[in-house]
Write a protein that binds this ligand. Structure first.
Ligand code: SF4
Length: 430
């Protein structure tokens, strides 16, 4: 059973818009999960040593025999315009592709340095496509940190893929957003059990499975940060199925229900298919709710998952949201979420980090969801924190992961509760 709809949701809540200093990772971060998903793709960042360090430290241990991402480092002479960076890039790419015939998709990923020197990666991609097609398709997008947040990297990547998708007139369902394969398979199995055929995924695991797109394509987003991809698919004639995002038992049910309605799945069949996994999800969430219920949560803007997660935590885990910050508020995509989120929290868009920190300190929430850069100082001030980036790296979608999603938020509260009796002794020892 879903919680009753709120008497007043947040659909018309005024939004506090802030445009100040921000504390976020850049869009290069998306490569970490995208390269795991797209098994014949290579991501070539055209950037500086800083970009290479970010990728290496975020990626941790390389788990593949051959890497699926790398950095073409712009040296000082490139940045000073003393050499033709385009020619060097062509040479690097030719060397890479001759050594790695397994690469079928190559993404040239722009960075702050490549944008500062106005290196035209679109022109480079066109030139390389002419040289390396049809074996390799070369695309480009920007992962630059200027005015972006880390989940925009995936959005930019998927949006860059859309124009290259083959046209079709077939009625197909497209699931949009990179999910771990095992989670994607769960969604596909549920849709298949409802009799929905012709389901494709963007991104596909291999380029040979790339979906087609056309006026009879309908698409459902699995991530809330895919505004540009949504726009690109709409331009190709596809139609979006609006729905809450598949986080938690309720979000998953409503996401599936929206698709089931689109495909005229009989209600009895829908109920039958979701009954068991939904019951498992509710049970798993209930096991964690004791820790979360009655606690307050404050979201700094970071992953763009904030509004759906606030909906999940307030409606299914008994938490109270104080502030829900989001880097960008895409009104159309968020409409079903805002209708479900009960009136009460401050909704903020963008960031002025000092002002927001002051609000968080004044509110003293039980749990603060924020980026890595803010988490440690806030922990030192006695606030329990959750790293927003973990929510993107961890499988959290659909029924079978709903308990894990709740547990991610419960863990810092449990840890703090365990450490609390030790705090006086630790202070005395300092
Ligand atoms: S793209 Fe920009 S923000 Fe990201 S690592 Fe490179 S220099 Fe830093």
């Amino acid at each position: 059973m879903n919680a009753p709809l709120p008497a007043r949701g947040c659909s018309t809540t005024p939004v506090l818009k802030e445009r100040g200093q921000r504390e976020v990772f850049c869009g290069l971060t998306g490569i970490i999960w995208l390269h795991r998903k797209m098994q014949d793709a290579f991501f070539l960042v055209v950037g500086s040593r800083t970009c290479a360090h970010l990728l290496q430290s975020a990626a941790g241990v390389m788990i593949f025999a051959e890497p699926r991402f790398g950095t073409a480092i712009l040296e000082e002479k490139d940045l000073a315009g003393l050499v033709d960076a385009q020619t060097e890039l062509d040479r690097e790419v030719a060397r890479l592709l001759s050594r790695r015939p397994d690469i079928r998709q190559l993404f040239l990923v722009g960075s702050c340095p490549s944008e500062v020197i106005k290196l035209d990666l679109q022109r480079a991609a066109e030139r390389m496509n002419a040289a390396h097609a049809p074996h390799v398709r070369v695309m480009n997008y920007s992962g630059s940190g200027i005015e972006t947040t880390f989940t925009q990297g995936e959005d930019a990547c998927l949006a860059a893929m859309v124009p290259a998708l083959a046209p079709t007139q077939t009625r197909e369902l497209l699931l949009v957003g990179a999910l771990p394969d095992v989670v994607e398979d769960q969604a596909l199995a549920l849709l298949s059990a409802m009799g929905i055929q012709n389901v494709r995924c963007l991104p596909a695991r291999r380029s040979s499975d790339a979906p087609e797109v056309g006026p009879n394509t309908v698409f459902a987003l699995v991530q809330p940060f895919l505004g540009d991809t949504h726009a690109a698919l709409t331009r190709r004639g596809a139609r979006h199925i609006p729905a809450p995002f598949p986080f938690g038992a309720e979000g998953t049910t409503e996401w599936l229900r929206a698709i089931a309605k689109e495909f005229a799945v009989p209600e009895a069949l829908f109920d039958q298919v979701i009954a068991a996994p939904r019951a498992r999800a509710e049970k798993a969430i209930a096991a964690v709710t004791e820790t979360l219920s009655g606690k307050t949560v404050f979201f700094f803007p970071d992953s763009q998952l904030e509004i759906p997660l606030a909906r999940f935590l307030t409606r299914e885990c008994g938490m109270r949201a104080i502030e829900v910050g989001t880097p960008f508020l895409h009104r159309d995509l968020m409409a079903p979420e805002l209708a479900l989120l009960a009136e009460g929290p401050t909704l903020s868009e963008g960031q002025d980090v000092d002002l927001q920190l002051a609000r968080a300190r004044a509110a003293r929430p039980d749990l603060t969801v924020c980026g890595l850069g803010l988490a440690n100082p806030l922990e030192a001030e006695g606030l329990a924190t959750k790293w927003a980036i973990e929510l993107v790296f961890t499988p959290v979608h659909f029924y079978e992961q709903a308990g894990d999603l709740a547990a991610l938020f419960a863990r810092p509260l449990r840890r703090r509760a365990l450490l609390a009796p030790l705090a006086p002794a630790m202070e005395a020892a300092e």
